[in-house]
Design a protein around this ligand. Structure first.
Ligand code: GTP
Ligand code: SPV
Ligand code: MN
Length: 602
């Protein structure tokens, strides 16, 4: 007989499903998460007792906790992630696919009795404000308190969600079990036609916080395609001008390529006198809808940041550091003896006495047998912190309609080729720029680091349907709105011959944002190149930033030969996407080749 803390819902649909899943996973207990502080505190105590989390120094880091994932479970598992729709062609060439019946049966083998001796937590959650017409409801069943505590930060959770849901069937059924954490048996499966997600044998963020990448991107992108909106891997930020006018941009960069950093930008010293202020609306996911005013409006469906720790410090991202000072969960960073945390390129000196992310004794400069320095924090270690604690959080964050978008920005890590910034020549060209995005692989995904891979719209791992259809959907979106935003591409990561970054990045990126907003208003001087418009000489305000002579020229340089090679590579990629690839993109590709050829002959 399963114990339970009582019916928290009158919905027979929900009760039946919870009972059905319990009959599969066989938990000892079922606990409904009500969203109260009292219950959260009980769960924290319980997880500390079992060692699932560690309480940090409550004087220095009030309400903060520490967690280590399994050493083989530190990033999203893209090769174990599947879209399980009836027709394989609807998942498309970029997604792993399994037939739904087969997928359920395979995963059920791992879920069966996986919660014996454990508790099943029922987590009702809302992506977006509870009850807003733009929000989506989910219920996640999980055997991990770590997951529950993260969900409490990342989205709206609790009784309020159940009350709003009532007896409706309109919720995403999310099932998660750590099971044995066996990487060979790990499966992250999405059933868009059933509005369901099954995740088993992982305990890492993006694989298990099912409201985030699984619901808010993979399933939501499927829904958005059918319903006429966009679910995107984008940050949203507002730039406030001295007169109080705020304009908003949305930017897509692949994982660990600077969304959180840009979303929380603090204006560079040299630009302070201009009086700009940056407002953070979101750092990872944007849901975007056309509105009656002929513009696109965006909301951030999350209430928390799940940010990369290494590299985050008071100089690179002061707002993130200030956000993560309380009520924060730190995962896979260095745990100091005094109950504080540290990570590479963080604040302050590394602790002399500490344990590393693997739980081993660790000290600064520790080396392995081969003389290589041992990192204390896992490169994809993260902090989970409430957005409400962010000093730059936008007052419009919870607004039902969100914010109107003036510009879309695409970007990635490119050692060479892509200039600091360029503007697309039209909406369709902008879609081409998004579709042909590429970036060096980072620690946020398994695979060879540094290798350049195509990552269209930063959605390669997150588009829940056929990528070619997704491109067409973007092309169509430009037609349904009267004033589509202009589209830009940025690259903060271009390097010189000695492999140093040419651009200082971070707060200095505001110089580029300023030009982007000028261009969207029809101002800002630009030069036409084969790939689009780049800032004209002296069009970027460089007050207070002294780059070595020639650097700006190198940053904005467009090499037609290199772009012709790029065009070949893009074509090879497009060819893998199958027959549904929109002809408009093939036209854009040929136009790019033509312009590069012309510029060579000039
Ligand atoms: P996900 O949470 O995985 O989606 O990542 P993200 O896109 O939010 O990336 P994040 O902002 O956490 O940045 C990842 C890494 O990029 C950090 O190590 C940053 O220090 C680095 N980074 C961010 N902005 C810049 C920049 O302008 N220039 C340079 N050189 N590095 C940057
Ligand atoms: C990303 O990898 O893009 C992230 C982290 O934002 S995760 O939630 O793990 O997907
Ligand atoms: Mn992300």
């Amino acid at each position: 007989m399963i114990k339970s803390n009582g019916r928290a819902t009158t919905s027979s649909l929900l009760m039946n499903w919870v009972e059905e899943m319990a009959a599969l996973c066989l938990p000892d207990d079922i606990v409904w998460i009500d969203g109260s502080i009292e219950q959260r505190d009980e769960l924290r105590k319980e997880a500390c007792r079992t060692g699932e989390i560690v309480e940090l120094n409550q004087e220095k880091l009030p309400g903060c906790y520490y967690h280590r994932t399994h050493p083989l479970d530190v990033a999203r598992a893209e090769d174990k992630t599947f879209i399980c729709c009836r027709k394989q062609s609807d998942a498309g060439a970029t997604n792993n696919w399994k037939a739904p019946e087969e997928a359920y049966a395979e995963a059920a083998n791992y879920f069966r009795a996986s919660m014996r001796g454990r508790t099943m937590y029922v987590v009702p959650f809302s992506m977006g404000p509870v009850g807003s017409p733009f929000s989506k409801t989910g219920v996640e069943l999980t055997d991990s308190i770590y997951v529950v505590l993260n969900m409490l930060i990342m989205c709206h959770v609790g009784q309020e969600v159940l009350d709003t849901l009532g007896n409706s069937n309109d919720f995403t059924r999310c099932l998660h079990s750590r099971a044995t954490l066996d990487p060979e048996k790990r499966l992250i499966m999405h059933f868009p036609e059933d509005n369901a997600i099954w995740s088993v044998n992982s305990g890492y963020g993006g694989n298990v916080l099912l409201g985030k990448k699984c619901l808010a991107l993979r399933l939501a992108s499927w829904m958005a395609h059918q319903e006429g909106w966009l679910a995107e891997h984008m940050l949203i930020l507002g730039v406030e001008e001295p007169d109080g006018h705020v304009e908003y941009v949305a930017a897509a960069f692949p994982s660990a390529c600077g969304k959180t950093n840009l979303a929380m930008l603090i204006p560079a010293e040299g630009l302070k006198s201009k009086g700009y202020r940056i407002w953070t609306v979101g750092d990872d996911i944007a849901w975007i809808r056309p509105d009656t005013d002929g513009r696109l409006w965006a909301v951030n469906p999350e209430t928390g940041f799940f940010g990369v720790a290494p590299g985050t410090n008071s100089a690179s991202n002061r707002n993130a550091m200030l956000t993560a000072t309380k009520e924060t969960i730190f995962t896979n960073v260095v745990l100091a003896k005094d109950g504080t945390v540290w990570w590479e390129d963080g604040d302050g000196d590394p602790p002399l006495e500490a344990t590393d992310w693997l739980g081993r004794e660790w000290h600064p400069g520790k080396m392995d047998d081969k003389g290589n320095v041992i990192l204390g924090a896992q490169p994809n270690s993260r902090f989970t912190a409430p957005v409400s604690q962010c000093p730059s959080i936008s007052f419009r964050r919870e607004h039902h309609h969100g914010v109107p978008i003036s510009a879309f920005i695409f970007g990635g890590r490119r050692n060479s080729l892509a200039p600091l910034v360029y503007e697309a020549m039209s909406w369709n060209h902008g879609v081409f720029v998004g579709a042909s995005m590429a970036s060096e692989r980072t620690s946020a995904q398994y695979g060879k680091q540094g290798e350049v891979r195509r990552d269209p719209f930063a959605m390669l791992p997150f588009c829940g349907y056929n990528m070619a259809d997704y491109f067409k959907h973007w092309i169509n979106m430009g037609r349904v709105v009267k004033n589509p935003p202009r589209v830009f591409h940025v690259n903060w990561f271009r390097r010189d011959k000695d492999n140093n970054f040419l651009w200082p990045g971070y707060g200095e990126n505001l110089r580029v944002l300023e030009w982007i907003l000028q261009r969207s208003r029809g101002e800002g001087r630009a030069d036409k190149t084969p790939i689009g418009y780049v800032p004209a000489n002296t069009a970027l305000d460089m007050t207070g930033l002294h780059l070595p002579k020639g650097t700006m020229k190198e940053l904005l340089n467009v090499d037609p030969d290199a772009w012709l090679r790029e065009a070949d590579d893009v074509e090879t990629f497009f060819d893998t996407l199958g027959p549904r690839l929109p002809w408009e993109l093939r036209n854009e590709l040929e136009a790019l080749r033509h312009r590069c050829g012309e510029s060579k002959n000039r």
